[in-house]
Design a binder for this molecule. Structure first.
Ligand code: C5J
Length: 235
């Protein structure tokens, strides 16, 4: 199998099916007007730019029957899993739990909390709701990865310097080999995205690798397909 040409050096591909695609928080709350990202004063249109690259990665992983994990940032309707400090943070009119144009802000099950239709998970893909920025915090993610022997994670989604970077750092500390996909992650702040990419691959890849979607897709052409048992089911 060919490695993925990456920075700071090639990312070796593991045996099938130890490689998973992790898509962080591609939910309407962050990508559409009227959601949490908008309530915080951000230009949410910026994040739409990565949808085509994510779709390509999803198609490739589905074709190879490789594991796909989607996350959703959101809270229980009684906000019992939302620390007061998180709920009260910010200077906008709408806070977590308030009623907005897409339902209650950042509450699980609300219209704004759905993954955007273009990237909707299939039934055999794992969907992890998470109350924190990191996908390992108060979720069964680590157990699922361990049970399935997954060791390598391609990390994507939004926003680069918040939930994506937090998840990548959590995964790195747990021993996962993490590659951040350069054109499949986005931030409301271009300089934060750039800084994150540089941080991840600095010092010889201190917390991981970065590579483009095209480099990944080319390397995956040498990847053997496997039966559908590698897919995960929703929690
Ligand atoms: C934020 C996220 N930015 N998914 N969440 O609050 O990055």
């Amino acid at each position: 199998m060919n490695p993925i040409p990456a920075q700071p050096y090639d990312y070796p591909l593991p045996e099938h099916p130890k490689l998973a695609l992790v898509i962080i928080d591609m939910q309407r709350d962050f990508l559409e007007p009227g959601g949490f990202g908008d309530a915080l004063g951000n230009d949410v249109k910026r994040l739409q730019a990565i949808v085509p690259a994510l779709k390509q990665l999803l198609d490739a992983f589905r074709a190879l029957n490789l594991p796909i994990i989607h996350t959703l940032e959101g809270h229980q309707s009684d906000l019992s899993d939302c620390p007061v400090a998180k709920q009260q943070r910010g200077t906008g009119n709408l806070k977590i739990g308030d009623a907005g144009p897409m339902g209650r802000i950042l509450v699980l099950g609300e219209p704004g909390n759905q993954i955007i239709p273009e990237l909707a998970p299939q039934l055999d893909e794992l969907v992890i709701p998470k109350p924190g920025k990191g996908a390992f915090y108060k979720t069964p993610l680590e157990e699922h990865l361990r049970d399935r022997g997954i060791t390598h994670l391609l990390i994507t989604g939004v926003t680069t310097e918040v939930c994506v970077q937090t998840t990548l750092r959590e995964a790195n500390d747990r021993g996962y080999e993490c590659l951040l996909v350069e054109d499949a992650t986005e931030s409301y702040f271009p300089h934060f995205k750039q800084a994150t990419l540089e941080m991840v691959r600095s010092q010889g890849g201190i917390i991981g690798w970065t590579a483009s979607t095209n480099a990944i897709l080319s390397a995956l052409e040498s990847f053997p397909s496997a039966n559908s048992s590698s897919q995960l089911s929703s929690v």
